[in-house]
Design a protein around this ligand. Structure first.
Ligand code: EQ3
Length: 322
């Protein structure tokens, strides 16, 4: 039987235990725009007492520089309006430019805006702002999450902001810019060991990803292979996966711990591996508990890999199939 992405998505389906992350984002989505901006401010500053993101490098800030410079020159009212436009995905010039940013440039843009808000260069949350019950509810829900889940909520809300540029024709695309690299602080681990796993494609995948060697990682996939990031649809084909990896997977530190491998009747294999991933934004201070679900074809190539955020640390030990 031919492998299909749809059937591959269902391997180890018990991994997809309902996560509090989409539930918290759904609560956030119900807030008014001003409440969303205020929530992010309080969640970010509260979180900053224990963990703070690393400052983005100059090369990355350069991509957001023109927008940041425009905002710096605005009056406080205009600055607030721009932030509202971006948060409400309005069709305005700045919200469009933001919509074209890569994920990490969006994060860098807000990082810098947050710094400018602290310095008083950009309009802060108005003094005397009264937190609405809705904001309090989402903040309470956020406090119950572990740090890895909290930064995922923060990241996903910021990524969803800005005008949706996906329907705009190619003539409106800005000139393609190269994604700046994150500098690794520790040398990559060259021989990966995962308890219970000897599958070369999987070990090779982790090794290549930990060295940001995306060409090597892609060469382990079938041409029609797919990668499904957390809470997203599968990304299919070498070119699309390579683009995604360059934009979103740089500098990640993947620490798979244990896994199981099952042989299927057609000669393919399904594997589930659990472990921890660190993002260069927070380094060793925040670990995200995740699972990789691989479907390897009879020729030893990756046909499918899904990455799932685990609902709780207990799920790290859940390697059952059903
Ligand atoms: C200024 C302020 C505070 C207030 C204002 O009102 C509004 C906003 C938005 C503000 C600013 C907010 C800021 C600065 C937020 C910054 C958030 C950051 C830096 C979050 C970063 C999160 C990173 C995460 C969650 C990374 C996760 C990566 C994972 C799980 C990677 C998984 C992968 C694996 C393991 C693979 O094998 C394949 C690739 C893939 C990437 C899927």
């Amino acid at each position: 039987m031919a492998l299909t992405i749809q059937s591959a998505q269902n391997i180890f389906s018990n991994t997809q235990v309902p996560s509090q992350i989409p539930a918290t984002i759904a609560l956030f989505d119900q807030l008014s725009v001003d409440d969303q901006l205020a929530y992010l401010w309080f969640a970010y500053t509260e979180m900053g007492k224990t963990i703070t993101p690393a400052a983005p490098g100059a090369a990355r800030l350069q991509l957001a520089e023109s927008l940041l410079n425009q905002i710096k020159q605005m009056s406080a009212e205009e600055q607030t309006r721009v932030m509202r436009d971006i948060a409400s995905r309005a069709d305005s010039p700045i919200s469009r430019s933001y919509g074209f940013f890569s994920v990490n440039t969006k994060l860098a843009f807000w990082y810098e805006l947050g710094e400018l808000m602290k310095q008083g260069v950009v309009a802060p949350i108005p003094t005397g702002y009264q937190m609405s019950p809705g904001v309090q509810l989402v903040l309470e829900a956020t406090k119950k999450l572990d740090p890895g889940q909290q930064i995922t909520v923060l990241r996903n809300t910021v990524v969803n902001m800005g005008f949706d540029t996906s329907d705009l024709g190619p003539s409106s695309y800005p000139k393609a810019v190269e994604e700046p690299a994150f500098t690794r602080t520790a040398p990559p681990v060259s021989s990966v060991k995962i308890d219970g796993i000897t599958e070369p494609a999987v070990l090779g995948y982790i090794e290549a990803m930990n060295a940001d060697n995306f060409d090597q990682a892609i060469s382990l996939f079938t041409p029609d292979g797919a990668l499904q990031p957390p809470f997203q649809k599968p990304i299919v084909g070498h070119q699309a996966i390579a683009k995604y990896m360059r934009e979103e997977a740089q500098g990640l530190n993947m620490m798979p711990q244990k896994g199981i491998c099952e042989n299927l009747s057609d000669g393919s294999k399904q594997l589930k591996i659990t472990g921890v991933v660190q993002t260069p934004w927070f380094g060793v201070t925040v670990g995200m508990n995740i699972a990789w679900r691989f479907l390897i074809n009879p020729e030893g190539k990756i046909f499918f890999v899904a990455i799932d955020m685990l609902a709780s640390p207990e799920e790290l030990l859940n390697l059952r199939r059903v």
